[in-house]
Design a protein around this ligand. Structure first.
Ligand SMILES: NC(=O)c1ccc[n+]([C@@H]2O[C@H](COP(=O)([O-])OP(=O)(O)OC[C@H]3O[C@@H](n4cnc5c(N)ncnc54)[C@H](O)[C@@H]3O)[C@@H](O)[C@H]2O)c1
Length: 434
């Protein structure tokens, strides 16, 4: 079921989720991560935030909760049950995990690798059983943190699942950063047996976790609803973003985004649960720099046009003027923000990039020319900064994740659609409180 394109254009006034209600984070909260925006907004409203963890792996690969020391700075309520999803380290009946299958493979032989499918299937099933069991324990504990008269909002944060075999990351790095002889077409990796494993792992972590959450929380959801309270589910999606190019907002995306197929499955789960009467929405959010996205150089290029959106939508607001001035101070004295945004606009309108921004064909694989162009643009834009370019991307990323938190919390009480896009237009308006 392909998602119908629906963009949120205005911030709704909605105070359904308020002091005393509960925001449940389904995934670990990392510094700089998207969920910080939702947490900030929920805290402003006086909601209680329930946190959790993915857990940690020991040297022998066993999965454990956090230690007392590791939890000492985490505000409560905190549920210390390891919610890592996926199956890459799960031993099959022969004792070998998918990562073990890849252990002795040399980089030069990656294309000839053949998966032991039966073992893979066993690992997959074991990983699913472990995750579901931990989710059940987690939900049991969660119930003790929910007051009788509280509305509850579950926020699904999980995405990832790169199999932790030594050989996988260098191959992914070549698809997202490889130029010249190091270039590896993402299609080639995706159609290999290693690609098949990566794809299955992404599906488990990024998409199936949402389905398990909604399914396993059915009894709790119905209990809360029978008390007359609301239950909603949000998830963070990615499916390209409309950014300002010249005078118009234009949808664009970057390639390769190999999580894309799993994100489509996530959208699909949201549509299916919505049809069954569950209040849920996948919010497709813009590209930002976070712990998870920072290895994908070039993803930040689509963030700079936010500067022009702020000028267009909120140029008169003191708050956005102050932000634009702050961003200017982060550049070298001889360059200005408009040179930066003009360069980005030219880059995004380049025919090679346009060929990789076809909404109906998303997610698209990379091409050598497109990847080189993207990486060169990213490097060129870095030279504009007067020091650490990360400060500029971090500043803009914060505008985005804070705005998304606000938009999501206001929409989810009565969602416009089970899949919605949050683009630069609404974020610029929200930033300036318009
Ligand atoms: N960064 C971006 O540009 C961008 C854009 C749109 C949407 N998103 C989405 O936002 C959400 C949060 O990502 P983020 O970029 O803020 O990074 P992040 O690193 O802060 O968050 C990643 C989340 O995934 C969880 N996770 C990772 N591997 C897991 C596993 N095996 N099992 C269970 N959970 C696992 C982590 O615990 C964490 O909660 C993700 O769904 C991501 O796809 C990110």
């Amino acid at each position: 079921m392909a998602a119908h394109y629906h963009a949120l254009r205005h911030l709704k006034k909605n105070t359904t989720y308020k002091a005393g209600d509960v925001l449940v984070l389904f995934g670990e909260l990392f510094h700089r991560g998207y969920a910080n925006g939702l947490v900030e907004e929920a805290e402003k409203r006086g909601m209680t935030i329930v946190r959790t963890t993915v857990g940690r792996r020991e040297k022998d690969n066993s999965l454990r909760p956090l230690t007392a020391e590791e939890t000492s700075n985490i505000p409560g309520p905190f549920i210390n049950i390891p919610l890592e999803a996926g199956f890459d380290l799960e031993p099959a009946d022969n004792g070998l995990s998918p990562v073990d299958q890849l252990k002795d493979l040399k980089l030069s032989d990656w294309e000839s690798f053949k998966l032991d499918r039966e073992s893979l299937h066993q690992s997959l099933k074991k990983g699913q059983t472990r995750f579901r069991k931990n989710v059940q324990l987690y939900l049991k504990e969660l119930e003790t943190h929910i007051p009788e008269n509280a509305n509850v909002l579950f926020a699904h944060l999980m995405a990832g699942g790169v199999p932790r075999a030594k050989i996988v990351l260098p191959l992914i790095n070549r698809t997202v950063k490889g130029i010249g002889d190091r270039y590896l077409p993402s299609k080639k990796l995706w159609e290999s047996e290693i690609g098949e494993l990566v794809s299955a792992s992404f599906s488990e972590v990024t998409a199936a976790t949402f389905d398990v959450l909604v399914q396993e929380s059915t009894t709790l959801r119905e209990k809360i609803q029978n008390r007359g309270q609301k239950v909603g589910y949000t998830a963070y999606g990615y499916h390209g973003t409309e950014v300002l190019m010249g005078h118009n907002y234009v949808w664009q995306s970057y390639s390769p985004y190999i999580q894309g197929w799993a994100k489509l499955q996530l959208e699909n789960y949201s549509q299916v649960w919505n049809q069954r009467g569950v209040t849920c929405t996948v919010y497709n959010c813009p590209e930002i720099s976070t712990n998870s996205s920072s290895i994908f150089q070039g993803v930040e290029v689509s963030l700079y046009p936010l500067l022009t959106a702020l000028e267009k939508e909120a140029g008169q607001s003191q708050k956005s003027k102050a932000l634009l001035s702050k961003c200017q101070t982060l550049l070298k004295p001889e360059v200005n923000l408009s040179e930066m945004t003009q360069f980005t606009s030219q880059y995004l309108s380049n025919p090679i990039i346009r060929d990789h921004c076809i909404f109906e064909q998303w997610p698209q694989h990379s091409s050598r020319e497109q990847l080189e162009l993207m990486l060169k643009a990213s490097q060129h834009l870095y030279t504009f900064s007067n020091g650490d370019n990360d400060i500029l991307t971090a500043t803009l990323s914060e505008v985005v994740f804070s705005g998304c938190g606000k938009v999501m919390l206001n929409d989810i009480a009565h969602p416009e659609s089970p899949v919605s896009w949050i683009n630069h237009d609404i974020l610029a308006k929200v930033y300036a409180d318009l």
